[in-house]
Write a protein that binds this ligand. Sequence first.
Ligand SMILES: [Zn+2]
Length: 200
Amino acid sequence: MFGAAAGFTGSDQPRPGTGAPGSGYPALVLNADYRPLSYFPLSVWSWQDAIKAVFLERVEVVAEYDQTVRSPSFEMRLPSVISLKEYVRQDRSPAFTRFNLFLRDGFRCVYCGSKDDLTFDHVVPRSLGGRTTWENIVTACSPCNLKKGGMSLHKSGFSLPRKPQQPGVHELQAQGRRFPPNYLHETWVDWLYWDVELEA
Ligand SMILES: [Zn+2]
């Protein structure tokens, strides 16, 4: 629908609406497996480059700012997080992030299947030595999380539908296609390593 605006020449140049600083609104760039293309430095594009890539259909918009850009022929919200359609091969496994963990579990509580009020649960509680890893963290709704509390899985009466594991790149990509942009997140934090978030 924005096809006519691709090219951005002359008066058709998109501009941020009122109040936007010139260099503001960068987009976090994720690989096709939803991990940042790079961490140090963090892969970030200017809003101009991000929009160009959207028009060229090289990226999917994962999340957006409220800020819009306008030109005589179109208006769109600025992307805040984009993911490449083509996977840039890097010999690494998917990042251990909040978003990827929700994605692995299909945005549902692993204990009751609820889609609401989601948080994370340590299967083996931290108080019992449980670690913050793919194998010990699962998506859980707040009520289940609260009910389970500091108990072991066995003691709590809860059970897991499957053993939590580190997902593969293709598994995450397939899951990602099931969920529309802004399904859950508004900030970049969700795409960054877990320990970054924990230390923030
Ligand atoms: Zn639940």
